[in-house]
Write a protein that binds this ligand. Structure first.
Ligand code: N01
Length: 544
């Protein structure tokens, strides 16, 4: 009612804001949009000099979507859908950043965004039921609610190799690529890391570098992206299909456009099985991963057969058989880590100016002034690229001193792995809501962001309308959710493999215990559980 809304506003009057939002990526942008719709005083605090999040920071050569552009944009505004044209099925970073700037401009969101503001502390005070944040310049901000919209891959990590400081040439982490153009032409370039980022960089820069040395610790499975331009007519057709596109994403287990394959590989004949793998191999995007036979994800034999199929594709494409074998993962099966999508990646190794150093047999000893010294030799370099990944999912939380009730540190609460209710709330941290927090549904991220932000907005509306100034996860709710997340991932082969998805970053001493970082059940099930909590008037949470 209007009366209670006024009460809510009056109760917040002594605070700087009703809602503070950390991060100006897709999550922060949509959060701000929704908070404004509720008539709340909201501000986005962002470390970068502009909006865009992942697409602001990751300017490395070759950065692009590997989900279809039109499934990876916002769906909330018909106007934006009508006005924005994608030019490629898998848009490059600069186009995506322009898109994000277009949305920000369209809704005049920038006036409530504060850039160059890196949040250092976030402390909850139970007496005033509010959050106080401080930034790198010592400025303070208070609010009733706090929305963390920090992304899940935003704390880059350098390799823990001796000598990282010694290198005298230029060196960049992929996620801190400079805004000014970097000339690689004719240069001797080295790259450490062959994840989704490394693969995108390698396949792009081989076109210009003088010589490229790839330092590979773990080979990754990868398969063709099959990108193509989108003509004006095609874009018209896509626009008409938007409702259908978003419906497909909504119904899919991972929010991607590609449907799941309910059949097991053992349900079909050998010929049908191979024909199906050929078919998904020939489809664009993630079809080879998310439309694979169901049993490939949990059955060792099915996974081994599938891995052999994809290994043979690599053997067909890489001329030197020894190099091909090094590029074929031997320590993990198909799809048990995030599958990078590639465009002529494997063919890069057929060039004379590209050399693969397998760190399993020739480990790096140190980085020197001139380049990299491995056990078997020295590699002189002009430029060194670190595509070495992130302190993922929880890293952005540990980088800020989060303190909840009784000054309890979030770091300590999560020391044995994340504990959340719905991936949205943490017990002991009232009025804090996480977009893309641990144990939340990720999948096709923008789809999940829109859902999470929409859920949070409705929850805050409920608080406002009912004069609730304190909302908190219950201990029981956290226990049940953590159990449920564990149950959802039982039997998946991915749990047996080190990757950011199982909480492992070998460059960090504190992250050596495998845990489940993300919700692994189907997205419709995730949303049903969250919707049920909303339908029960949020009574699963402590409200006051
Ligand atoms: O990071 P990663 P990423 N010595 O952690 C190696 C998303 N993304 O930036 O596997 C030697 O996957 C490390 O080796 P190993 C996507 O979700 C999306 O590539 O630990 N090597 C590995 O090869 C992705 O999953 C897009 O043995 C070292 C690499 O560095 C996520 O971001 C594009 C090392 C790190 O791989 C992260 O991808 C790009 C060391 N000390 C990324 N330390 C899209 O297309 C690390 N490595 C949307």
């Amino acid at each position: 009612s209007l009366g209670s809304t006024t009460d809510f506003a009056a109760q917040n009057a002594h605070l700087d804001f009703d809602v503070l939002i950390i991060g100006a990526g897709l999550s922060g942008i949509y959060s701000l949009y929704r908070m404004r719709q509720l008539g709340l005083r909201a501000r986005v605090l962002e470390a970068g000099t502009g909006e865009g999040g992942t697409w602001y920071w990751n300017r490395y050569p070759g950065a692009r979507f590997d989900s279809e552009s039109y499934s990876y944009n916002f769906s909330f505004s018909q106007e934006v859908l009508d006005e924005w044209d994608w030019t490629e099925h898998f848009a490059p970073q600069h186009e995506t950043l322009r898109y994000i700037q277009f949305v920000t401009d369209k809704f005049d969101l920038r006036r409530d965004m504060q850039f160059n503001t890196e949040i250092k502390t976030a402390h909850y005070d139970d007496e005033s039921r509010s959050w106080e944040l401080t930034d790198d310049q010592g400025r303070r901000y208070t609010s009733r609610f706090l929305i963390t919209a920090m992304g899940l891959l935003n704390k880059p990590t350098l390799p823990n190799i001796p000598g990282v400081e010694d290198f005298k040439g230029q060196s960049f982490h992929s996620a801190r690529w400079p805004r000014e153009p970097v000339s690689l032409e004719g240069k001797r370039v080295g790259i450490i890391g062959t994840g989704a980022t490394g693969i995108q960089i390698i396949q792009e820069i081989v076109k210009t570098v003088g010589h490229l040395t790839v330092f590979q610790r773990t080979a990754n499975w990868s398969a063709p992206l099959r990108n193509a331009k989108i003509s004006a007519e095609e874009m018209d057709g896509i626009r008409k299909r938007y409702p259908e596109i978003f419906r497909q994403c909504r119904e899919s287990a991972t929010c991607f456009l590609h449907p799941a394959q309910p059949k097991n590989s053992t349900d079909v004949s050998d010929e049908e099985r191979t024909a199906y793998w050929e078919e998904i191999y020939s489809r664009p995007g993630f079809a080879k991963w998310v439309s694979n036979f169901a049993d490939v994800a949990y059955d060792r034999q099915a996974n081994a057969a599938c891995s052999e199929f994809f290994a043979n594709k690599i053997r067909e494409r890489v001329k030197d058989p020894e190099t091909a074998e090094k590029l074929i993962p031997k320590d993990h099966g198909w799809g048990t880590r995030r599958i990078p999508m590639e465009t002529h990646y494997f063919e890069a190794y057929n060039r004379d100016n590209v050399r693969l150093v397998d760190l399993r047999e020739d480990p790096i000893e140190r980085i020197t002034e001139k380049g990299i010294k491995t056990k078997n030799g020295e590699h002189d370099l002009d430029i060194l690229i670190y595509a070495t990944g992130f302190d993922a999912v929880t890293g952005c939380f540990t980088a800020v001193d989060f303190q909840g009730v009784n000054k309890k540190k979030l770091k300590d609460v999560w020391c044995d792995g994340p504990q959340t209710q719905l991936g949205l709330f943490v017990h002991g941290f009232p009025n804090m809501m996480m977009v893309m927090g641990p144990h939340q549904m990720f999948g096709n991220i923008p789809r999940s962001i829109e859902y999470a932000v929409g859920w949070i907005a409705e929850c805050i509306r409920h608080c406002r309308d009912n004069n609730i100034t304190r909302i908190e996860a219950t201990e029981k709710g956290v226990e049940e959710w953590t159990d449920h997340v564990t149950q959802c991932s039982v039997g998946l082969l991915t749990n047996e493999v080190d990757s950011w998805m199982t909480g492992i970053n070998k460059n960090l001493a504190h992250k050596q215990k495998r845990h489940i970082a993300r919700y692994m059940g189907p997205a419709p099930g995730y949303r049903r559980r969250c919707d049920e909590v909303a339908a029960r008037g949020y009574s699963d949470l402590n409200l006051d």
